[in-house]
Design a binder for this molecule. Structure first.
Ligand code: MLT
Length: 392
């Protein structure tokens, strides 16, 4: 019996588990201190009334023999796929129902999609970025190349024609920097992928935070992307589903590599390894896309974006360099006095009892930076910023 030795090459624990452990230890030692958590991007606003109503109705249906449902389609119910199809159509993107797969969130699908691709592929990952892309490819034993995201390129790296990659990860709006690609930037990636026979795995988990209407929210707004990209999205940050769990993945039918139909392969993978998202949850998710749902989730997103504004103003006042928070719920700041990311994490926890995420947890280019989320309550956001201004 041999284990997958690639696991020896990933860091001992997942970034956000390490942070949670450190914070819990601090809390146990200092039970009198009020810790404000702005580390993991976890939402705090409740589910909106449209979603709660739909969840309740679906729960009642499940309690009645006449409307009870057992196993559902692994790829999701058509009522939710149709709601998502219409949502894309409003942005001018035409999808077929069979191209939309309902999931329990973007993270699982981003990891699971790798089942479809050979271990020999070379992967291109921005640095810094959401750690799941890197960890899952280390676990799979793939060759990994990095593209530098830094202040010079405004954290939006563009393709380097001399680099040959097969699988490319793009996250826009970006986690952790909050940077967003414009149409021209994404088009360069689409052209590169088509030219190289590569595939783009596009993480659109934060698309709902884009305020600027000219910025693309989906890679499929770019011509030709249906031939080279898969898109992952989630209702976690869009509609407060971090604990409810629902997302979706778009795998275009036009996507075929070396004669393989990727859409069919994903369907085969999902029907074999996944039993679908709970009916009740899918009804709740459907309500997100109704006019009431859209209006109500916009209120919560607006609330978080006001928090982002409060964080940004406080950091400016304290003379701290930062970006993000304009079309994204993340603020990416430079640690003061040349501190390392983890030193700043400890300093902030110790002196202000505020938790953030060390930039180095997102890759080596994140060293010396720090991420704060706008997802805390208003009261806690204001208090955290008061404490931070005091210690600077
Ligand atoms: C984050 O804080 O980066 C996210 O919450 C992680 C995730 O969405 O899985």
């Amino acid at each position: 019996m041999l284990v997958n030795k690639n696991f020896f090459n990933v860091s001992e624990s997942y970034l956000f588990s390490t942070i949670a452990k450190k914070v819990n230890e601090f809390a146990a030692k200092h039970p009198d201190k009020k810790i404000i958590r702005m580390g993991i991007g976890d939402v705090t606003r409740p589910l909106c009334p449209a979603v709660v109503g739909a969840l309740k109705r679906a729960a009642l249906e499940m309690g009645d023999a006449a409307t009870f449902r057992g196993y559902g389609p692994e790829q999701g119910y058509d009522f939710l796929r149709t709601a998502i199809k219409d949502y894309y159509l409003r942005r001018g993107v035409e999808l077929e129902l069979e191209e939309i797969f309902i999931s329990d969130g973007a993270k699982s699908d981003i990891a699971n999609i790798l089942d479809l691709f050979a271990a020999e592929n070379t992967v291109l990952i921005p640095n810094p970025v959401y750690p799941v892309y890197l960890d899952t490819n280390i676990m799979g034993g793939r060759k990994i190349l990095f593209m530098d995201a830094n202040e010079q390129n405004l954290f939006l790296p563009l393709p380097d024609r001399s680099v040959k990659a097969d699988i490319i990860y793009i996250c826009s709006p970006n986690n952790p920097t909050g940077a967003v690609y414009d149409t021209e930037g994404l088009k360069k990636w689409v052209d590169y992928a088509r030219g190289n026979g590569a595939i783009i795995l596009f993480d659109a988990a934060y698309e709902a935070y884009i305020k600027d209407d000219g910025l693309p929210r989906s890679i499929f707004e770019i011509e030709g992307a249906e031939e080279c990209a898969i898109e992952f999205c989630s209702l976690s940050k869009t509609a407060g589903f971090t604990g409810t769990r629902c997302g979706y993945t778009v795998v275009p039918k036009a996507l075929s590599k070396l004669g393989a139909d990727i859409n069919k392969m994903w369907l085969r993978r999902q029907t074999t390894k996944f039993n679908g998202v709970a009916y009740i949850v899918q009804r709740g998710a459907e309500a997100v896309f109704t006019p009431d749902g859209q209006r109500q989730i916009r209120e919560s997103i607006g609330y978080y974006m006001e928090n982002a504004g409060i964080i940004s103003s406080a950091l400016s006042e304290a003379g701290v360099w930062h970006v993000g928070g304009k079309n994204s719920p993340y603020i990416w700041l430079k640690c003061p006095d040349g501190m390392s990311s983890w030193n700043f994490f400890d300093y902030l926890l110790e002196k202000a009892n505020v938790v953030g995420t060390p930039g180095s947890g997102f890759g080596k280019n994140g060293e010396g930076y720090f991420r704060m989320t706008a997802f805390a309550s208003r009261e806690n956001t204001i208090e955290a910023m008061e404490r931070i201004k005091k210690i600077f």
